[in-house]
Design a binder for this molecule. Sequence first.
Ligand SMILES: Cc1cc2nc3c(=O)[nH]c(=O)nc-3n(C[C@H](O)[C@H](O)[C@H](O)COP(=O)(O)OP(=O)(O)OC[C@H]3O[C@@H](n4cnc5c(N)ncnc54)[C@H](O)[C@@H]3O)c2cc1C
Length: 380
Amino acid sequence: MDVPIDDLLESVGSFLDREVPFDAVEAWDQDHRTPYDFLPRLANLGLFGIPFPAHYGGYDAPWTVVSHVQEQLAHRWYALGSILSRVVAFGGMSLTEYGSEAQRETHLPDLISGKRFFTLALSEPDAGSDVGAVRTRARRSDRGWVVTGRKTWISDAQGASHLVTVVRTDAHSSGTKGLSVLLIPSDAQGVSMSVIPKVGNNSMPSFDIGFDDVEVPEDALMGTEGHGMSHLSSTLHYSRASVASTTVGAAQRAVDVARQHSLERIQFGRALATNQVIRHRLVDMQIKVDLARLTARHLAHLISTGADSRRWSAIGKTVGTETLQFVTDHGMQILASAGYTVESPMQRIWRDARLFSFGEGSNEIQRELIARHMGIGAPL
Ligand SMILES: Cc1cc2nc3c(=O)[nH]c(=O)nc-3n(C[C@H](O)[C@H](O)[C@H](O)COP(=O)(O)OP(=O)(O)OC[C@H]3O[C@@H](n4cnc5c(N)ncnc54)[C@H](O)[C@@H]3O)c2cc1C
């Protein structure tokens, strides 16, 4: 990308001020508005092509640029940071890391130009943290694969063009062996979806998905048959790096809102911020966000330089998500009743935050992954 990062962030900032004003976001959240109609406009800013080769329409820029942009988008509206992740991490990086050249040629240009996005279909009613319990089955047919089973809690599934679907291709396998990844069009015959009502992340709808003898061609296979667990780990590596940056953006917004309120709200004849206990609470919140930002940036730097960063994506995801919960919990205390109205951004970010420490691989599982890197791991 030839544009210097400061100029890019300035363009994104102007776009957000013009098209995503702070005061619109609460109404959108209440209306369960999704950010899908922003895709072409975000693509026009060049955001979806940042880490991908120019050959596909990308900019060959380092992951650090993705990290900065994701933080900035999520500071305004978490849903925008998360849609960038669907395009870049679940879509582009999955194709780049283990897709075939034909799959890259078919899908990367459309992902980069904002025409489509992918989502990950991994979780099942009996397979949450335990990926090895996946039962959705893909069996071979004359024409390719026939998929039967059920996925649950799949985000943005109806808006996505394709589901990066973890299936069991070896009927005789157990655990994480015998899994594979299929790229299934979300509108394929035999795919049915129903919305799961939930408490937060209103702009990212969740779906229960049925696969009823869904036929896909042989070349729907992503990567190598039976290597699904290793391909999944690769996708989750980038999506966790995205969570590390988006949670920093949302957490900074929560601190900004609490700081402003502490200056404006008068009790006992003086602003809340004049009480040392409130000031120190705000300082502790900002320190945590600054440290989480450093962690996310370090992780992004490692990814950009091609260094081994698996341990850091687990750390970044854990630190970011726990920071977001810390600052929104304290933010709700500082705003008190003013934060409890649905018009307040604090309640939205606080509700949304609850997901991230167990979604995308719970923080207990992240700690287990880090324990392995420390040489004290145990089988899950
Ligand atoms: C809003 C939302 C969006 C989601 N989006 C998607 C999506 O797009 N795609 C997708 O595939 N999935 C999605 N999920 C599913 C999400 O990834 C799972 O919720 C997550 O993996 C945890 O699984 P679980 O909820 O079944 O919890 P469980 O696996 O039942 O775990 C329950 C608790 O036990 C802990 N635990 C489990 N096993 C261990 C262990 N061995 N050691 C220590 N602690 C353990 C967990 O950390 C957790 O705290 C979404 C979920 C939600 C709520």
